[in-house]
Design a protein around this ligand. Structure first.
Ligand code: PLP
Length: 450
């Protein structure tokens, strides 16, 4: 007898999360076949040798005895209170521990917040490019993702008037991701103020994803949205995954500020969803108070000369001398969103390029279209490997682009001034103060050629 065919729900038909999709599966197959793949598709600090601060681990170990039982559905008090205090020091005074929910990562809370809000056909304004969970979670809950463009030529800073023009009577919420994944943009105060004003005028719920809040470079300054939104509800998302390099702890939070008067039922619905899953990971929550207080070690990684800063610099150097690439210096978060010049490679296709880069050069990047953009000439890399690995990655990227350039129909005959041997730029980086060894330290080591 034939086994019964188990069909997935049609609700999932349009739900996508390509960062872990077919390309990532192909990378695993190649790894199983013995190839060493440099995987730059996911911002997972632990996979690149970063560690969570030691004190966070100690805080968890010290409190493990307290972590056997389920806790309160919104999370343990010390963790929620630590979020309140962090908000207070940032100038957000109207948050109490009761307004904070701890979750199994920000991911779970994004799902809850949209699930509690949306009726079929309700619209959510989401940036394009976006962190694709926002679009996926909206669609999963029968909502409509309406993307507001963050144009490359405007350094990926959204235009508030363009956002306003997309509002309809079905619009319920606006998502802001700042610092932004995937673009690295950090939004200016004026832009945020205008978005806050639009949300207030149209009574939209503001979902401000600030998981990279302290990951900023050079002169960039992050402004918490909650300091600007007063007359409507503002949900601010943060967590341990990025700033504290603890993705595996699965700890995130959302705190509600602004106009809470009309939001009682919504917050109750959210509490119901939190109760249905009983509670979030308890041992991880015990690390929150320690993480949020005292020295913030992320600053050592993002300051000039820090590991993330050096890798970012390696990308900027490599792009500057590439005849094919464009980038906008990421001012925050852990990624660079890199453009390919269509005047040089008019037939460039991000998906095809990512597959060829994987198959031929053993580097895995995320194609730009994974982030809900309509154009096909961008890709994203994470800044997490050490700068030497990144330099090697860009040598391979430029090699492939050069090959594609020569292979492309009607390739220009004039020489493109790319000297492969110098594609990696002449770095004056200080090698001595590398904090962590990267598992991909020797990209040439076991590389096998096709
Ligand atoms: N929001 C953004 C913008 C992200 O980039 C990520 C993860 O990459 C998340 C949320 C999810 O984070 P978490 O590990 O807390 O679920």
């Amino acid at each position: 007898m034939k086994p019964p065919r188990i069909q997935p729900s049609s609700r999932l038909k349009d739900v996508k999360y390509e960062i872990r999709g077919p390309l990532a599966k192909r990378a695993s197959e190649l790894e199983k076949a013995g190839y060493e793949i440099i995987k730059l598709n996911i911002g997972n600090p632990g996979a690149f040798g970063f560690r969570a601060p030691e004190t966070m681990r100690l805080a968890m170990i010290e409190n493990l005895r307290e972590a056997d039982a389920y806790c309160y559905q919104k999370g343990i008090f010390p963790a929620r209170e630590a979020v309140v205090m962090q908000q207070q020091t940032r100038g957000v005074v109207d948050v109490t521990a009761d307004d904070v929910f701890m979750g199994n990562g920000v991911s779970e809370l994004i799902l809850f917040c949209l699930s509690a809000l949306l009726e079929a056909g309700d619209e959510v304004l989401i940036p394009s490019p976006d962190y694709p969970l926002w679009t996926a979670a909206t669609i999963l809950h029968s909502g409509k993702a309406v993307h507001y463009p963050c144009h490359p030529e405007k350094d990926f800073i959204p235009d508030p008037e363009e956002i306003r023009s997309l509002i309809t009577e079905r619009t319920r919420a606006i998502v802001v991701i700042n610092p932004n994944n995937p673009t690295g943009a950090v939004y200016p105060l004026e832009t945020l103020k205008e978005i806050a004003r639009i949300a207030e005028e149209h009574r939209l719920l503001v979902f401000s994803d600030e998981i990279y809040d302290q990951v900023t470079f050079d002169s960039a300054e992050h402004t918490p949205m909650a300091t600007l939104v007063k007359k409507t509800l503002c949900a601010t998302f943060g967590g341990l995954s990025k700033v504290y390099r603890a993705c595996g702890f699965r700890v995130g939070w959302v705190s509600f500020s602004g106009e809470k008067g009309g939001a009682r039922e919504y917050l109750q619905a959210l509490e119901l969803l939190a109760s249905l899953r009983l509670c979030s990971n308890v041992p991880g929550q015990w690390a929150v108070q320690t993480a949020l207080g005292g020295k913030q070690s992320i600053a050592d990684l993002t300051r000039p000369g820090g590991r993330l800063w050096k890798t970012r610099q390696a990308i900027l150097d490599a792009v500057a001398i590439s005849p094919f690439l464009l980038t906008h210096a990421p001012m925050g978060a852990m990624y660079a969103f890199i453009g390919v010049r269509t005047d040089k490679l008019p037939h460039f296709n991000d998906q095809k390029f990512a597959l060829e880069l994987l198959e031929r050069k053993h580097v895995l990047v995320a194609p730009g279209t994974s982030f809900n953009v309509p154009y096909h000439n961008y890709f994203r890399v994470t800044l997490l490997p050490d700068w030497e690995t990144m330099r090697e990655v860009f040598v391979r990227i430029n090699e492939l682009l050069m090959e594609q350039y020569h292979e492309s129909p009607g390739a220009h005959q004039e020489a493109v001034s790319a000297d492969h041997s110098t594609t990696g730029a002449d770095h004056s980086h200080d090698h001595a103060d590398h904090e962590q060894a990267s598992p991909t330290e020797e990209p040439h080591g076991e590389r096998q050629e096709d």
